[in-house]
Design a protein around this ligand. Structure first.
Ligand code: 5GP
Ligand code: ZN
Length: 126
């Protein structure tokens, strides 16, 4: 099987990016958190009772585009997901955090986002 490349790299086709449009309030979303750096909103097609996407406001296409300069940002994405899980009362029962990279990893929106999934028992990977 040939894995497809991402349709664009960082800074290309940003104007067509659905998550940039959500960040810029050009497309509505059910936003549950926002600060200068991050926005979090409910997934439009939830895979669990709680399915939130934690998204940097800056357009970064894939995990492959991250470097050392993004270490703080990625850490704060995880900590934001942790805080959202706690706010929803699922920190003790547990939850799943996912970063998909490129087509073979199941990535469909090429603006990085951390999935927070919870509210049901997670099993395996699929
Ligand atoms: P990926 O497969 O790239 O890791 O995840 C993309 C996620 O974004 C999917 O779970 C999909 O349901 C969600 N998504 C795609 N378009 C929209 C949208 O316009 N609004 C919201 N809220 N979620 C979206
Ligand atoms: Zn974007």
């Amino acid at each position: 099987m040939t894995l497809q490349r991402a349709p664009h790299r960082n800074d290309e086709l940003v104007e067509d990016c659905i998550f940039c449009k959500i960040v810029n309030k050009e497309v509505p979303a059910d936003i549950v958190f926002e600060d200068d750096e991050l926005v979090a909103f409910n997934d439009i097609s939830p895979q669990a009772p709680i399915h939130v996407l934690v998204v940097p406001k800056a357009h970064i296409s894939t995990v492959n585009d991250l470097d050392e300069d993004h270490a703080g940002l990625v850490g704060r994405m995880v900590l934001r997901a942790q805080a959202l899980a706690e706010a929803r009362g699922i920190e003790e029962e547990g939850y799943r955090l996912i970063l998909n990279c490129n087509a073979g990893g199941g990535q469909t929106v090429f603006h990085i986002h951390l999935h927070l999934l919870g509210g049901r028992q997670m099993r395996g990977f699929g």
